[in-house]
Write a protein that binds this ligand. Sequence first.
Ligand SMILES: [Zn+2]
Length: 244
Amino acid sequence: MRILKIISLSILFSSLGCGTQTPEDSDTKSVIDVDARRWPNPRLIPICFLNRNAVHDDLFDDLLKTTVNQFAHAGVAFQKWRDCTSDDMNDNIIRVRFRNEYNWNNSSYSYGGGRSKVGMTRKSLDGEGGATLFIKLDHKYPEGPSKKRDTVVLATRSVLLHEIGHALGLLHEHTRTDYHPGEPDCVDRDGDSREYPNEKEVRGERDYVGRPDYDSVMSYCNLTAGKLSKGDIAGIHALYPQLK
Ligand SMILES: [Zn+2]
């Protein structure tokens, strides 16, 4: 069984693995966009769904539970969590679209991938039907239980956490200039490595919170983390000090 690896540029989460994680002892690690517009009340961040029915109920419930539970660790909560209305299209709200483009019951399958605007905005992503955030998935879980099912579910949880992290103002951890300096950003178990040299350039205002966080869900190296790291939470608290 072969897993297709997908990779893309910009604000995107891909299915690349990593085998070179290094333990760290600091709790304050993250990279944030200091220019990102902040949500006025991070305890009630509005989120809605453009095509809720594109996702099977079991997967949607799993994503809801994961998102609510994980961001609760940072003190972040969400409101609405319903279908988007016409008013939502002109409002500051996370508008999620599910791109149902995978087939997880094939022997070769892909997972992961998404995109989000950074910080609070009413502007849509280009060509995404009004969405400020999208993730790629299949309508159904793979038949299981199986390792494949576990992998794609964890990856899909991770990509939604990752993209919502962008919506809060977090940036990519693996693009830090001090993230494995002089080495590939990520090396998976097969020994394949991947670098993101162009993204190492500083564009706009960003700030490093502490040292590199190799557990961050904001790193392409952690495709199946399924949870926020202590560094992710520290980054959210740097953006929203009222949550500390
Ligand atoms: Zn990203």
